[in-house]
Design a protein around this ligand. Structure first.
Ligand SMILES: [Zn+2]
Length: 307
């Protein structure tokens, strides 16, 4: 039997390292997505068959073909960009960041938050993401001990941290993250190491998607605006898959509460312009984390008489 403090510290340290990787994910995944969309669009619009079928006039066709080719050629010339390539660099001077300058939190403190080469300030968000991930990993170890739920918790926390910040930065909730989280939740339940029976999980996923889809439809019909994106449907579906359909109402209610907390922290980190149209994933993902730690207590509060 492993000592609880040892497990909690080990998970905390693992969280610092994963947090460092999440910083890379948060910055690079949206760029990779947008590059992919630009490449697909340019290749699509270059095809004569496509130009025929959308019935463009001759002049527009030739302009479109030229523009599409220019974009495609420009993209082809860019150096590869992925989670592993290129090595991390200082955005100001291009100084490559060595392993010793990349130790979670410690490097930031030793370098006093500045690039080693050009002394430009490095965003405090990097160490904050690392520390938050470390703390939440430690909290999972404290909450679940050495159990299959611990592994589930670490996965959920990691994906939700990445989604929260990607949504705050770009208003995107990448499918690669929301749908992976959804299917992992269903699989975990199917193999009996998740938090709810598989039927609750499947209904939770389907109902989670439908609830937001319906709300978005209503918004569109009544007010003629897009209230929510499909990414929000998929994220609520993923949370439904992990925590079951009974968790959906508490999660939606919590999101509103969490929203004010997140809103205040965004002001503290100087991102207050987002307040006017805060992306909903920024509310949802932290509400999902609260469900992870206090699911049964919260559900009992919101749905008295349930279990
Ligand atoms: Zn620099």
């Amino acid at each position: 039997m492993i000592e609880p403090w040892l497990l909690i510290s080990a998970c905390g340290v693992l969280g610092l390292l994963i947090g460092s990787f999440l910083n890379v994910v948060i910055y690079r995944v949206p760029v990779m997505l947008k590059r992919g969309w630009a490449k697909d669009a340019s290749e699509y619009l270059e095809e004569e068959e496509v130009q025929d079928s959308i019935m463009l006039g001759a002049e527009a066709r030739s302009d479109l073909a030229k523009a599409a080719k220019a974009v495609k050629d420009a993209l082809a010339l860019l150096p590869p960009f992925s989670l592993t390539q290129p090595r991390s660099r200082c955005p100001a001077c291009g100084h490559p960041i060595s392993a010793i300058e990349n130790v979670p939190i410690a490097s930031y403190l030793v370098l006093r938050g500045r690039c080693k080469a050009c002394k430009t300030r490095i965003s405090a968000r990097y160490p904050i993401v690392e520390a938050t991930t470390g703390l939440l990993f430690a909290a999972c170890a404290w909450r679940f001990g050495l159990t299959p739920e611990l592994a589930c918790g670490l996965v959920i926390v990691s994906v939700l941290i990445a989604l929260t910040l990607i949504d705050a930065d770009t208003m995107l909730l990448p499918d690669s993250l929301t749908l992976s989280l959804l299917w992992l939740g269903v699989l975990a339940s199917a193999f009996h190491f998740g938090f709810v029976p598989v039927l609750d999980s499947v209904i939770g996923a389907a109902a989670g998607y439908c609830v937001f889809w319906l709300i978005a439809m209503l918004f569109r019909v009544l007010r003629g605006v897009e209230g929510m994106g499909a990414g929000d449907f998929k994220l609520l579906a993923a949370l439904g898959a992990w925590f079951g359909w009974t968790a959906l109402l508490p999660i939606v209610l919590l999101s509103a509460g969490v929203g004010s907390v997140v809103g205040i922290s965004l002001i503290v980190f100087g991102r207050k312009t987002l307040l006017s149209r805060l992306p909903f994933g920024v509310y949802l993902a932290p509400a999902g984390m609260l469900m992870l730690f206090y699911g049964s207590e919260i559900t009992a509060l919101v749905l008295p008489g349930g279990n």
